[in-house]
Design a protein around this ligand. Sequence first.
Ligand code: WTA
Length: 572
Amino acid sequence: MKVEALPVIKGDFNLKNYDEMYREFNWGEIEKQFSWSETGKVNMAYEAIDRHAQGERKNKVALYYRDPSREEKYTFKEMKEMSNRVGNLLKQAADVEKGDRVFVFMPRSPECYFTILGAIKLGAIVGPLFEAFMEGAVKDRLEDSAAKVIVTTPELLERVPLEDLPALKHVVLVGENIKEEGPIIDFYTRMKSASKDLEIEWVDRNDGLILHYTSGSTGKPKGVLHVHNAMVQHYQTAKWVLDLKDDDVYWCTADPGWVTGTSYGIFGPWLSGVSNVILGGRFKPETWYQTIEEYGVTVWYSAPTAFRMLMGAGDELVKQFDMSSLRHILSVGEPLNPEVIRWGMKVFNLRVHDTWWMTETGGQTICNYPCMEIKPGSMGKPIPGIKAAIVDDQGQELPPYRMGNLAIKRGWPSMMYTIWNNQAKYESYFMPGDWYVSGDSAYMDEEGYFWFQGRIDDVIMTSGERVGPFEVESKLVEHPAVAEAGVIGKPDPVRGEIIKAFVALRDGYEVSEELKDDIRNFVKKGLAAHAAPREIEFRDKLPKTRSGKIMRRVLKAWELDLPTGDLSTMED
Ligand code: WTA
């Protein structure tokens, strides 16, 4: 297949020659830049914040924050002090020690970021939770990780089932007029008296840093544990891929509940010492363009669904704003359609650079670089220091253009350290030859560009968010009317995929629109709005294997009018 490549753009980029760097680079050179090379110990929050606060960047703005009700900015020195205060609060009021799991369940806000950094300074393992999660999803995650502390808001507290979580000892509430009783700790009052000096807990590079729960096709969400060592890759990819330089104003649109919002919403930019924009509140095209204009955003990292929504808002809208500060745009999370790249060229006169990675890889893995030609539709090439390949089910490398498993050679710095409570699951990701198997299928062309083909498992990517069908199905069958449920991703022009549920009702229930809404709301309330099926189709019976497993493959074939393939394992 021949695609019109977009030529290299001109500029003084951090990565000047991809091929040369790919041949010569090794991680050891970069590792020397962190404090462990002198002391043997390290702390991500120190490297990201305090190091700058003690040096030339002291009075530089680290965080520009904005939502419909607040607009604030904090220098590196202020970030250091605020995170120190939270550290002291957590230590004194909530007894937090190294290794404890501290969950942060709140909307984006400066306090959310101070808390994540403050907990990391104590050597705690942070579990960021997306604010849209409902009780069932919150419970699964806190239970599995035996979280000791949750930092949340009074509004979200009702979704934390305290009585079911014996390990959870303290609840820090970020809100007005909080009464301290039982496990409740008042964030703002305690912050006022907390010292701005804190003794950082120095940890080993393989000590726990952050726990992101993520979905597979079966079972409950699993806790992907990342360790402080990931900073090597966050730092280096922020240089090569985000191309961050000292005077950049950077904006990553992801929430810290997802891995992009931590690796590249917190760690990458602050390790690089740049000014970081965080926008709270909901998506609105006007607000997004305004954010770029008012802060003079230079480097912008977002996702295909958001770009498609902006595209949908029309070119007249973008023309009302000054976008001239932008110099570099990147995308992650779902396949980036060539159409979005063409739109980007038209309205910003910039290429949109696709990047491929996942919660498990912890950092960018296969990317497009400013110094490299872009082939629209391709995810690009592996970052220097990483070997990627297409392998068959035995771990044998396949030649160009053969479709297979997208696999990464074990041993990159930001690779997950384990699956929480489940080392066996962790080991199951690897194939002979030390290949980490991503669950995505892809092929490579003769020039080494990788092309995404799809998920091998049934994981759904909707609006860039990863949803496991099993979690949704489990919630669906808790509804009194639902006998059986099967959930698939249905292709959607804006959201990539939407969640579609096939449902068989229990005897005595009649198909109706009201029942559909009720079932949808049930999932929304129990799990999360983004996990609720947009479409529900009732069927008398669902296709199952003889062992009773719903055959999602057949549901997908029904939906897309495709042949159903081998049905020999089907029950009747
Ligand atoms: C998908 C997000 C196509 C892929 C950082 C992967 C992509 C899953 C791309 C991980 C891309 C991510 N092109 N698909 N550039 N980037 N994906 O864990 O299926 O939320 O396995 O991490 O998103 O999603 P996760």
